[in-house]
Design a binder for this molecule. Structure first.
Ligand SMILES: [Zn+2]
Length: 141
């Protein structure tokens, strides 16, 4: 375990910087995410520490706290971060249609289908159906 304590301190300091230093350029991602004391961190880290390890939050939206931390190799960490981001992008790429009350993929909406009265978004399908209804109404006397 030689060098382990040194590494533990340096890892913890990095985390602290991210979470507590408003001048850090990643602070907005990590604000208020520190929920672990130095001693808790060292006790968790030192028995499993290895050269070049990265501290990862299992749930990337969760805190730095016992139960949400794991050590990964840089390659694993890179892969996971990438997957987490992709999953987030996918989550974001859905909208709720207030007409059919369904959550659908963003491709099924058009930019212009946001209702002007602030009700929300209309999917293409509902948009088409409603404008057809409108046209039919106008045709009938
Ligand atoms: Zn719809």
């Amino acid at each position: 375990m030689i060098g382990s304590k040194k590494r533990a301190i340096s890892k913890f300091n990095n985390i602290k910087q991210r979470c507590l230093n408003p001048n850090s350029n990643v602070y907005h991602h990590y604000k208020n995410k520190l929920n672990i004391t130095p001693d808790q961190f060292y006790a968790w880290f030192m028995p499993i520490d290895f050269e070049g390890c990265h501290v990862d939050r299992i749930n990337p939206d969760g805190n730095y706290e016992i139960g949400n931390l794991q050590l990964l190799t840089p390659a694993e960490h890179y892969q996971k971060t990438w997957k987490d981001r992709e999953a987030k992008m996918k989550q974001r790429a859905h909208k709720y249609c207030y007409v059919c009350k369904e959550i659908k993929e963003i491709e099924l909406f058009t930019n212009s289908t946001k209702s002007k009265d602030g009700k929300g978004y209309k999917c293409k399908e509902c948009n088409r159906r409603l404008s057809k209804l409108c046209r039919n109404k106008k045709k009938s006397p």
